[in-house]
Every structure is written in structure tokens, then in C-alpha cells.
Design a protein around this ligand. Structure first.
Ligand SMILES: Nc1ncnc2c1ncn2[C@@H]1O[C@H](COP(=O)(O)OP(=O)(O)OP(=O)(O)O)[C@@H](O)[C@H]1O
Ligand SMILES: [Mg+2]
Length: 345
């Protein structure tokens, strides 16, 4: 007969016979397509044996796969979720990767622009130096009366022009120093140096400026024989010129004291003023390029904010250290430290 139900019955008795003759369990996977939803199940036929092991009866069990099917479906959908999360993260990683690539390109470009800026500053500064030297030369010739006697009013104007050219000169020199330091082109001629000699020279050059403001500069050199430090004396002079120059610039009454502290290892040069001082917040940014403290006390004082950056850079490159103590309205104290050259025994 072609009735599938009958076919199932025939099949089942066949299974029974095999289980009986072979004397062992037989399991068959079957499905009930008429059930809604269609159901799958195992049919297990097990012979019941006596003590001698002879089959006496058959047990027919139906084990539904419904729970397993539900579990499979669940597992599958969970796997899908995990898979989509994974794909999502992989995509994110890829996007990040491309963004990183973009940054790398941008970074290269920035470095190029930075180089262009450096080149521009060093070329422009060099080109400015020559005409400025000419202007300075002619102005001082006029002031010295080389071209003849000049009216007091004219003299006043020319003196103003001269002062401004000098300021411009300082700025151009500072820019040149910065660009040389940044590109590692600064030369250092390191020699054993007696700091006292350099300090005295710098003080002599700055004394007029201090006297104009009625400020007293005092210096206590160490007694001889003095310890020597290993530095470039021109750069040491530049450092001291910046620090003592600042002390004069930012002090309005009192004076500037320069003295030493010394131990087995180091020589300290301390520049102490009784000036406007600064707040702890300002002190943090002091050595940054172009940083100037802005308040009513500093408003009328000209400057670029490059002096201390250059100073610190020079000190560091000659193996020294620099630090600052300061209190608002009381004064500031800058200390530079250099290792002492050991005497050969
Ligand atoms: N001795 C000091 N007392 C108080 N403030 C100071 C002192 N030295 C420096 N400063 C502050 O630190 C800032 C930075 O000093 P820096 O020497 O770098 O620049 P500048 O003097 O303004 O200009 P320049 O580049 O011409 O030196 C100054 O603008 C000033 O506000
Ligand atoms: Mg300065």
C-alpha cells in the first residue's frame, strides 16, 4: 500500500524483528509531519533480557527532539548575534586603521610645514640683519654729530628711532637663536671657565641700565682659587645677560644681588631681585616659547617672551640646570647650576 502510515508500521515491525534477533537496542530518527509544528523524535526499541541474556520482551520508547530543536535554534540565533558583533568590531578596527593612516599623512605634512617655518625664520632673520645693521650705523653716526650739529627735537626723534631699531635687533637675534637651537645648529665651544670673570663683564655691560632705574647691582664672587665650570663662555654670558637683564627689567625698587653657592659637585649662580615677582601659575609657564606674564604691572614692559626659553635651552645643552623661586610683589630668584671640573691629582 502507498499509505505512509502503513509504510511506517511495516518499517516498525521490521525494526522490532531486528532488535529481537540481534538482541540489542535499535534507535531510529523519525518525524511526525502531521503534528503542528512538525515534530522529530527518536524511536528506541530495547529488548528486555533474562538472566541468561535471552530477549524476553521489547520496550518501545519515543524520545522527543523538541527541546533539542529549540536549543539548536537558540544557539544558532545567539551565534548570529555574536557573529554580527564580531563583524561590527572588525569594521570599527578597519575604519580606525584607515583613520590612523590619514593621521600619518597629516603628521608628515605638519612636519614639512614646521620645517618650512624654520627655514623661513632663519632666512628672513639673516636677510633682516644686514639692512638693520646699516640703519643702526647711520643713526648712530647722526647722533654722534658726524653729519653736523642737529636740533634737540630732531635728536630726540632719532634717539627714539635708534631705540626701536635696537629692539628689533634683539628680536631678530632671538629668533635666530631659537631657530639655531631648534635645528641643532648652535655651536658650543666648551672650555674650563671661571664664572666670576664672565659675570663681572655682563654686570659691567648692564650697569647703565640698572642705574637708569636707580637699582643697585651687587656681586659677591667666591674667594680664590675659584672652582671652574665646563661651558661655552659666550653662551654663559648670554644666559647671564638674559637673567640679569630680566631682573633689571622687572624690578622697580631695591636691587639685584648675584652670589654663589658651592659644594663638592656643583657651582650655583644665583640672581636675586626685589621686583614684581610672579604667581605660582605663571611660574609654571615661564620657560615656554613666547610666554609673557600679562597683568597691569607688566603691561608697559616690552619683550617677546623668548629670553627664558633660549636661556633654559642653552643651560641644558651645557649640562646645567635652571630653576626659579618667586613671590608676588617680593621678588624672584633664578638659580643656574653647573658641575665643577674636578682637579686632577
Ligand atoms: N626676574 C623676573 N621677575 C618677574 N618676572 C619675570 C622675571 N623674569 C622673567 N619674568 C616674566 O617671565 C616672562 C618671560 O621672560 P622672558 O625673558 O622669556 O621674556 P621677556 O623678558 O618678556 O622678553 P625677551 O624675549 O625680550 O626676554 C616675562 O615676560 C616676565 O613676565
Ligand atoms: Mg627677558
Amino acid at each position: 500500500s502507498s499509505n505512509p502510515k502503513n509504510l511506517g508500521l511495516i518499517y516498525k515491525s521490521l525494526q522490532n524483528t531486528i532488535a529481537w534477533v540481534e538482541n540489542k537496542s535499535i534507535a531510529t530518527l523519525a518525524s511526525d509531519t502531521e503534528a503542528a509544528p512538525p515534530e522529530r523524535f527518536w524511536v528506541v526499541i530495547t529488548p528486555l533480557k533474562d538472566t541468561a541474556g535471552q530477549a524476553k520482551a521489547l520496550v518501545d520508547m519515543r524520545v522527543s527532539l523538541k527541546d533539542i530543536d529549540v536549543l539548536t535554534r537558540k544557539t544558532l540565533s545567539q551565534s548570529l548575534i555574536i557573529l554580527s558583533i564580531t563583524v561590527f568590531f572588525v569594521l570599527l578596527l578597519l575604519i580606525n586603521h584607515f583613520r590612523f593612516f590619514e593621521y600619518a599623512v597629516l603628521f608628515r605634512r605638519l612636519k614639512e610645514v614646521d620645517q618650512m617655518k624654520d627655514d623661513f625664520i632663519s632666512i628672513a632673520s639673516h636677510e633682516l640683519k644686514t639692512p638693520m645693521a646699516a640703519i643702526k650705523g647711520y643713526l648712530s653716526m647722526i647722533l654722534e654729530g658726524v653729519v653736523g650739529k642737529i636740533e634737540p627735537k630732531t635728536k630726540e626723534h632719532i634717539e627714539k628711532a635708534f631705540a626701536n631699531v635696537k629692539r628689533l635687533d634683539v628680536l631678530v637675534n632671538e629668533l635666530l637663536d631659537v631657530s639655531r637651537l631648534e635645528q641643532g645648529r648652535t655651536q658650543f665651544d666648551m672650555q674650563p671657565v671661571d664664572a666670576a670673570t664672565v659675570i663681572s663683564q655682563v654686570i659691567d655691560e648692564l650697569r647703565v641700565k640698572a642705574e637708569e632705574k636707580k637699582l643697585k647691582i651687587t656681586y659677591q664672587p667666591l674667594p680664590e682659587p675659584r672652582p671652574k665650570i665646563f661651558v661655552d663662555s659666550d653662551h654663559l654670558a648670554q644666559i647671564l645677560d638674559n637673567l640679569i637683564g630680566n631682573a633689571i627689567k622687572y624690578t622697580f625698587k631695591g636691587g639685584i644681588q648675584i652670589f654663589h653657592q658651592v659644594d663638592q659637585e656643583n657651582l650655583k649662580i644665583i640672581i636675586k631681585d626685589t621686583g614684581i615677582g610672579m604667581s605660582p601659575e605663571d611660574r609654571q609657564h615661564l620657560f615656554e616659547k613666547f610666554y609673557r606674564i600679562k597683568n597691569e604691572k607688566t603691561m608697559d614692559i616690552p619683550g617677546t617672551g623668548l629670553g627664558l626659553w633660549i636661556t633654559r635651552e642653552l643651560v641644558r645643552r651645557m649640562n646645567g640646570k635652571i630653576y626659579v623661586d618667586s613671590m608676588e610683589n617680593v621678588g624672584s630668584q633664578f638659580t643656574i647650576v653647573f658641575p665643577i671640573i674636578k682637579e686632577k691629582e
